[in-house]
Design a binder for this molecule. Structure first.
Ligand SMILES: [Zn+2]
Length: 493
């Protein structure tokens, strides 16, 4: 697997590159190493040393970067390249999958991200083909590891039956064409779990995405009134009740591990369901449950070495946009979510906003009510508990996702800012976006820190992020596989 991910343009990389006069944050120690030189050859780091002790080969392309800070290339471990920050996955006519993948990848690359773990989106397996093209060096973008469609219970999260409930013919046609329900494949038994994991392995996915037990509308599990309201509105009982069975999840994990694949599970549910996934022994839990995670769960997570990918920023982003419509209309947002998606997002945000205000959107209204406790209590308390227990945190903002999000690509720094606001130091926050995700993705021998022998994935920053984490957004240039992949205006001067 590693060979495929790291095959790259040898010809272009044969030249030696030297970064001179830099301040280095290598991602291994909480220290700013001053006046350093890094030498890269054939895409790999071959030497790191003090400026005055390092001999630069005479044929090297020397980048004089006095005063700039170099960090390892960032890794965004949870984003959706096939979505542009709005609910566009059911609007494939708006833009080709290829164009979307290309643009969203480049937006991430520009922000210092040199590797991504891509989550489901769109239909079929287009992300896999695109991944290969990027990883072979045919297209410029961050290195991609991708899942296929998610494994979900029928009618549950991601199940196409949820979106096209009334049109069985359409559902049938789509599932015939794509041999999967696009975003997801319905899995209701242990046997189906095993079969689907094997099928995805054959297709060439890099990991398995599935869900924790629990309803995709968690509120309906504990709120009879809401349940009745939803049934009255025409929702089917199967949709409300759909839940991944712990024994099916266990089978998925067992089979995936047998096939050498890791398992990421999505949770926006109650902490009990989060705990069930921990017990099963998944590899990472994505997002944050609606409530407090107890210490026992974190202890279990620690002993099983399960990573936590909280994607906290998307919740903050969503309320900001619901409460402050003007924040969606900035030039920056229009650049990150280009047309026609910006207009689509604006319309659907407005609809959700009105539904909440008028109280006629029972699900989003419940969700909106959860945001305050999420920001005030669930996330800060859970995050501190995780830090105390030594849980490995992996940074991501769920870029591209729709629903309760509208998160554009290329904003990983916002998640890091939240981590620092909630008790992490700047160095740990950098590791949450470099070393920790490299381990979770199983590519820690190649990327995740600046070391001799590792791939030349580096971000040159104008300012030191150990002083202020927001400085990770002040990009000078991005180097991937030992080549300059992106230069900001006035960079490398
Ligand atoms: Zn996601």
């Amino acid at each position: 697997m590693l060979e495929k991910i790291f095959s790259k343009r040898k010809k272009e990389n044969s030249k030696v590159m030297a970064l001179k006069g830099i301040n280095l944050v290598d991602g291994l120690s909480n220290e700013l190493k001053k006046d350093m030189t890094i030498i890269i050859k054939e895409g790999k780091i071959i030497e790191i040393g003090k400026d005055n002790e390092t001999t630069i080969p005479h044929d090297a392309n020397v980048l004089k970067l006095s005063g700039k800070t170099v960090i390892p290339g960032l890794i965004d471990a949870h984003l959706h390249l096939l979505q542009s920050g709005v609910d566009d996955f059911m609007k494939p006519y708006a833009e080709s999958a290829y164009k979307k993948l290309k643009r969203n990848s480049f937006i991430n690359l520009k922000s210092g991200i040199t590797t991504v773990r891509n989550m489901p989106g769109g239909f079929g397996y287009s992300a896999l083909k695109f991944r290969d093209k990027i990883n072979e060096g045919k297209i410029l973008g961050p290195r991609i590891l991708t899942s296929g469609p998610a494994l979900a219970p029928s009618n549950g999260y991601f199940s196409l039956k949820q979106y096209i409930t009334s049109n069985t013919l359409m559902l049938f046609i789509l599932s015939r064409i794509f041999r999967a329900h696009g975003l997801s494949i319905d899995v209701d038994s242990k046997e189906e779990g095993r079969t689907v994991v094997r099928k995805l392995k054959r297709k060439g996915v890099d990991f398995i995405k599935t869900v924790t037990p629990g309803s995709f509308i968690p509120f309906a599990e504990k709120d009879e009134k809401l349940k009745e309201e939803l049934l009255e509105k025409g929702m089917k009982l199967e949709q409300i009740k759909a839940s991944m069975k712990p024994e099916v999840l266990q089978e998925i994990v067992n089979e995936a591990h047998k096939q050498g694949l890791k398992v990421a599970v999505h949770t926006i549910s109650w902490p009990d369901d989060f705990k069930k996934a921990v017990k099963v022994g998944v590899d990472s839990i994505e997002h944050t449950p609606l409530g407090l995670i107890d210490k026992e769960t974190f202890k279990m997570m620690k002993s099983k070495e399960i990573y936590w990918v909280p994607t906290a920023y998307c919740f903050y982003n969503w309320t900001n946009l619901i409460d402050n419509p003007e924040q969606y209309d900035t030039p920056k947002m229009k650049e990150l979510i280009p047309e026609p998606f910006h207009s689509l997002g604006k319309k659907s945000l407005q609809k959700v906003r009105e539904g909440i205000k008028q109280g006629n959107d029972p699900i989003w209204s419940r969700f909106y009510n959860e945001i305050e406790p999420f920001k005030e209590e669930y996330f800060p308390v859970n995050f501190r508990r995780a830090l105390e227990e030594g849980i490995k945190i992996v940074a991501a903002v769920d870029g591209g996702v729709s629903g309760a999000a509208y998160v554009p690509h290329g904003q990983l720094y916002k998640e890091l800012e939240l981590y620092v606001d909630n008790g992490m130091n700047e160095f740990e926050a950098i590791q949450a976006a470099t070393k920790n995700p490299a381990e979770l993705l199983g590519i820690e021998k190649e990327v995740g820190s600046v070391e001799v022998g590792k791939v030349g994935d580096l971000v040159v920053l104008n300012d030191n992020p150990l002083e202020k984490i927001s400085n990770v957004k002040n990009i000078n240039c991005v180097i991937k596989d030992g080549s300059i992949a992106y230069k900001s205006k006035g960079a490398l001067d």
